[in-house]
Design a protein around this ligand. Structure first.
Ligand SMILES: Cc1cc2nc3c(=O)[nH]c(=O)nc-3n(C[C@H](O)[C@H](O)[C@H](O)COP(=O)(O)OP(=O)(O)OC[C@H]3O[C@@H](n4cnc5c(N)ncnc54)[C@H](O)[C@@H]3O)c2cc1C
Length: 387
């Protein structure tokens, strides 16, 4: 069956739905094609089931991209307060957790329910369980599914990134970009746990479950948050954040005791020995991590010089991870459709009029804390207002 619309949106996730809603509200006839049996599956699993749907302190510096200026325009024209006004219009209870991160009080279902209501009210048609076989372009775009042929002058690709294949992530968006000759910035897992090499794993990973507040740094970037030891290496917010800036071969520097001093207590003690040092470390770090750290870094002597070195090591533990835990565990995919190919105002391809890319498939990746959804909403709105 041939179905004709003003715009066809591929992918019923965060970006695709917001885009379709904005366009529908402006009277466009819009279809959303979604291969899953419901919309917004990633929204449902986000934020531990409570969806960290935006961040009040959203700035361009919270995003990675080969072009750090690209996201500015869309982010300025659809702000966290714009999305929040939608949340409040639907009377969804929410709270600020830390650092401007807004979460649902009850469940991420509130956000998917809100988007579904808005979609229906905007007259946007939804086609679920719709596998796309091919995309063609003659005078207009033609999307072939198993049973139907969708035609529209505008095609919006909102199929997300490669993270979490088990809930249906696909490389489809990148394939469409390549098909139309658009450049792609190499993709990689981001916001992902880091895997340590065999030696460090043997040293630390039996402490899986132990966590501490640290500063994790790679190059010029650093994050002060919790670190968690896992069976394979390191995770927790500080590590997820720094993983987005890490690449193979680079070290990650970890300050295990930010703004704390370990060795003054040892220097002032009657006896300088391992027991005093253990007590000093345990005052700052979880007991098991403190003991293990000391076992592995016990000074040769208890001289002032050796204590200075111990202090330096605690604040500058450098590990060289061998990998991330990959797309299976990564919250997002960094890289994607090269922003040089797109208008920063509308997300439309510069080469192929009528072809838009929004959300995670684009080379714009947010830090942890609600920024990725804010990019999905903002880029979706930018395109939706231009269709
Ligand atoms: C575990 C986890 C927790 C997260 N928590 C947060 C959080 O709390 N806050 C935050 O800001 N970000 C979070 N994120 C990141 C956030 O979910 C994504 O950045 C965001 O969903 C991207 O939106 P999108 O619309 O571009 O892609 P998606 O939401 O992934 O939507 C893409 C849609 O396209 C569909 N699709 C894919 N291929 C096809 C195809 N060939 N044909 C038709 N449909 C297709 C998919 O089924 C999907 O519905 C989290 C991610 C994960 C994995």
């Amino acid at each position: 069956m041939i179905r004709t619309f003003d715009a066809v949106v591929l992918g019923g996730g965060a970006a695709g739905l917001l885009c379709a809603i904005e366009a529908g509200k402006r009277g466009r006839r819009v279809a959303v094609l979604e291969r899953a049996d419901r919309t917004g599956k990633k929204i449902l699993i986000s934020g531990g089931g409570r969806c960290n749907f935006t961040n009040l302190h959203c700035h361009p510096e919270n995003f990675l991209s080969a072009n750090p200026h690209f996201a500015k325009s869309a982010l300025a024209r659809y702000t966290p307060l714009d999305f929040l006004s939608l949340v409040e219009k639907h009377h969804i209870p929410y709270h600020e957790k830390t650092l401007g991160q807004l979460f649902c009080d009850l469940s991420a279902e509130d956000i998917t329910g809100m988007l579904e209501d808005e979609r229906r009210n905007a007259g946007v048609e939804l086609f679920l369980n719709t596998e796309i076989h091919a995309v063609q372009r003659a005078t207009e775009f033609v999307v072939l599914t198993g049973t139907d042929e969708f035609r529209a002058a505008v095609l919006v690709v909102a199929t997300g990134g490669l993270s979490i294949p088990k809930i249906g992530a696909t490389a489809f968006g990148y394939d469409v970009a390549r098909q139309f000759g658009l450049k792609i910035q190499k993709t990689r897992p981001a916001l992902a746990p880091l895997v340590l090499g065999p030696q460090d794993r043997a040293r630390y990973c039996d402490l899986a479950g132990v966590s501490a507040e640290v500063v994790a740094a790679c190059g010029q970037q650093s994050f002060r948050e919790k670190m968690l030891i896992t069976h394979k290496g390191l995770s927790g917010p500080a590590i997820l954040q720094i993983s987005s800036y890490w690449s193979k071969g680079r070290g990650v520097r970890i300050d295990l005791a930010p703004d704390r001093d370990i060795t003054t207590a040892i220097r002032g003690a009657k006896l300088r020995n391992a027991a005093t040092a253990r007590a000093a470390l345990q005052a700052v770090l979880p007991n098991r991590l403190a003991s293990r750290w000391l076992d592995l870094h016990v000074p040769d002597a208890w001289t002032n010089q050796a204590l200075t070195e111990l202090e330096r090591q605690v604040h500058g533990w450098t590990v060289t991870p061998v990998d991330t835990e990959g797309y299976e565990k990564a919250e997002v995919t960094a890289g994607g459709v090269d922003t040089d190919e797109l208008s920063a105002k509308t997300m439309e391809s510069r080469k192929i009029p009528g072809l838009f890319f929004i959300g995670e498939v684009v080379d714009v990746t947010g830090q942890l804390g609600g920024f990725n959804f804010q990019w999905a909403w903002a880029s979706g709105a930018a395109a939706g207002r231009a269709l």
